[in-house]
Write a protein that binds this ligand. Structure first.
Ligand SMILES: Nc1nc2c(ncn2[C@@H]2O[C@H](COP(=O)(O)OP(=O)(O)OP(=O)(O)O)[C@@H](O)[C@H]2O)c(=O)[nH]1
Ligand SMILES: Nc1nc2c(ncn2[C@@H]2O[C@H](COP(=O)(O)OP(=O)(O)OP(=O)(O)O)[C@@H](O)[C@H]2O)c(=O)[nH]1
Ligand SMILES: [Mg+2]
Ligand SMILES: [Mg+2]
Lengths: 280, 289
């Protein structure tokens, strides 16, 4: 039994809709649709009733190959790099969950036996330094900060210096949220990047975002080079299509998913888990 | 002969219609792609596209209008209909409650609104009802200092204190301010205890305006979340933030259609001065790219 060629167009359109409704960016949904156009004619089943299942498993396999090698194993990275301290910088647009992610990463690292120093690199927003300090207090992790309005690069430098002298494993650098369309702020970020010279730069994206996720990730990658991303707020029933978009279109692996505001609410990225959500 | 000429003319007209119909289909497909790219809810985009196509084929183009202009005019009209009657928040004594998902810009918007009303001669007070986020108190207190507005909050607040803080805060601020703005914690529809908290705060505050703050980057979640917030507090207005970024804000259409409430303000940056009244024309032309 094969899929009726007449039905293929409609079927492809329905599949594209499933992806779009899961917040997969349009260009990635289009790409998957084209991939499915190649795969659908090859489907052979014994009974007509088996077609839906066969289509779903082809789509799952297409998405899986898109996400092949797209998990960034942060814990392993930590173990394979013998440089200490390792500096990790967190970047992204306003409100995506950078500061909360840093707290969750610091917590996870502590559970794994690694020590961190947090750099309060958002010297601009109201309450930003206090927010990170409160996390530091709760976690028993040292926060290095300067006065509000001070140079973020200097804070990062100071934190790295502190981590070196105290033999800490990690420096987690928080930066202020910024629109990737603001060239002055992107220049400022590039400067922090030059001074801090991080071993890893993590783009923090909000999985509530739709098509803009790709734009954001691309520009941040151009400005400072992104090594991996973290997708937050996946617990808000957002189908997480943004993870697919960012992972594939920007070619960046996903390290973690944020699944809540608690310190334990950080899970290593698992493509199968994500695929299940899209199809739920 | 006359019949030949007539036949020729009729053939041309029929062909023109064929060309126009195909062209219209093509333009409408392009519009659909633009709507989806702009994060308009998939079902809403399909619904709009169907209606646009129907109207484009049935309605007479305006004199001298090209097929493209004809379709664009209809698209524009459909979008205006979805956005609904525009209105502004009145300059009068009232209590305003801000709600929305995480990180949308509620706390910053509270400060922006305070500045906006103060510049128009009203006294504004700010209530810090977010008892969950680390340093939420500090954030709003610093903002209150920046705009020099009276502030009420509890630095040592416990997880159950939101309604109590609002009760005390409004009692304190209502006789010395014209407008009180209640900033609440980020939340989403699946968290029953936070939805309950929002309903408790709503009951205690009895706000005149219940504003849903939504980020221009929000995609397909805009509709379902707006619906949930509306069910809980009967949203009276929407504020669309971060339109200074690259996002087109298609999610805002769902926020409006689910709540039946218009967009009253837009956030155009991080500074407290970065707020403007909603301009439907600008929004529509930006949405369509
Ligand atoms: N439900 C949920 N909320 C989250 C998650 N990650 C972050 N948040 C919330 O999102 C809001 C913003 O988080 P922040 O960590 O302040 O975001 P940010 O990127 O540092 O923000 P800026 O520094 O202002 O750009 C807070 O209310 C967080 O608790 C998540 O995975 N799930
Ligand atoms: N560029 C830009 N940034 C904005 C705008 N509105 C808010 N922000 C920024 O977005 C981030 C989040 O703003 P908040 O006011 O903390 O958001 P919130 O909704 O109160 O967050 P939670 O209380 O954690 O849910 C901050 O970095 C703000 O400066 C805007 O219109 N444009
Ligand atoms: Mg932050
Ligand atoms: Mg807030």
């Amino acid at each position: 039994y094969q899929i009726d060629p007449e039905r293929v167009e409609d079927l492809l359109w329905d599949l594209e809709l499933v992806l779009l409704e899961a917040d997969v960016a349009q260009e990635v949904a289009r790409e998957l649709r084209d991939e499915m156009e190649r795969r659908l004619p090859r489907i052979r089943v014994d009974a007509k009733s088996e077609v839906p299942q066969a289509v779903e498993s082809e789509l799952t396999s297409a998405i899986r190959s898109l996400l092949e090698g797209r998990s960034f194993k942060f814990d392993e990275w930590l173990l394979t790099e013998d440089e200490r301290p390792l500096t990790v910088m967190f970047v992204g647009v306003n409100g995506t969950g950078k500061t909360t992610t840093i707290a969750r990463v610091a917590h996870r690292m502590k559970e794994l036996g690694f020590s961190s120093v947090l750099a309060a690199g958002d010297t601009y927003r109201a309450g930003a330094i206090e927010q990170l300090k409160q996390h530091g207090d709760k976690l028993g992790v040292r926060v290095v900060n300067h006065e509000p309005g001070s140079d973020a690069a200097a804070v990062a430098f100071d934190a790295i210096d502190h981590a070196e002298s105290r033999k800490k494993d990690l420096v987690l650098v928080d930066t202020a949220g910024r629109m990737q369309t603001d060239s002055n702020l992107m220049d400022e970020l590039a400067k922090i990047d030059r001074v801090a010279d991080p071993d890893l730069t993590i783009f923090v994206g909000d999985s509530l975002a739709g098509n803009d996720a790709i734009e954001q990730a691309k520009e941040f990658d151009k400005a400072v080079g992104v090594d991996a991303s973290v997708l937050t707020k996946v617990d808000t029933d957002a189908k997480g299509g943004a993870a697919l978009s960012i992972a594939h279109a920007v070619g960046k692996p996903v390290a973690y998913l944020g699944v809540g505001e608690g310190y334990d609410d950080l899970i290593p990225f698992d493509p199968d888990w994500m695929i299940e959500r899209i199809f739920e | 002969s006359l019949s030949e000429n007539l036949r020729d003319t009729l053939a041309k007209v029929a062909n023109a219609n064929r060309v126009d119909e195909d062209l219209i289909e093509e333009i409408v497909r392009e519009i659909q792609r633009a709507l989806l790219q702009a994060d308009v809810n998939v079902k809403l985009a399909l619904q709009m596209t169907r209606s646009i196509k129907e109207r484009a084929l049935e309605e007479e183009p305006a004199a001298g209008a090209s097929p493209r202009e004809h379709v664009i005019r209809i698209v524009h009209d459909e979008l205006v209909q979805v956005l609904g009657e525009s209105r502004e928040i009145e300059l009068k004594p009232q209590t305003i409650m801000l709600v929305g998902l995480y990180g949308q810009g509620k706390t910053t918007t509270a400060g922006k609104l305070a500045q906006y009303f103060q510049q128009r001669g009203l006294q504004v007070g700010l209530v810090a009802a977010d008892v969950h986020r680390p340093a939420a108190y500090d954030q709003l207190q610093q903002i209150s200092d920046q705009v020099d507005a009276p502030f009420y909050g509890d630095k040592e607040a416990g997880d159950d204190d939101a309604a109590k803080i609002v009760d005390e805060g409004l009692a304190e601020l209502r006789d010395r301010t014209d407008i009180q703005i209640v900033d609440t914690s980020g939340r989403h529809s699946l968290e029953d205890d936070l939805i309950q908290e929002m309903e408790d705060v709503f009951e205690v505050a009895d706000p005149d305006e219940k504003i849903l703050v939504i980020d221009a980057t929000v995609g397909q979640q805009a509709g379902p979340q707006a619906e949930a917030f509306n069910d809980a507090v009967d949203v009276s207005g929407v504020i669309l933030t971060k339109i200074d970024g690259s996002a087109k804000g298609g999610g805002a259409l769902s926020a409006v259609s689910e709540t039946g409430a218009p967009i009253v303000f837009v956030g155009t940056g991080e500074d407290l001065a970065d707020i403007e009244t909603f301009d439907a024309e600008r929004f529509i032309s930006r949405l369509l790219g």
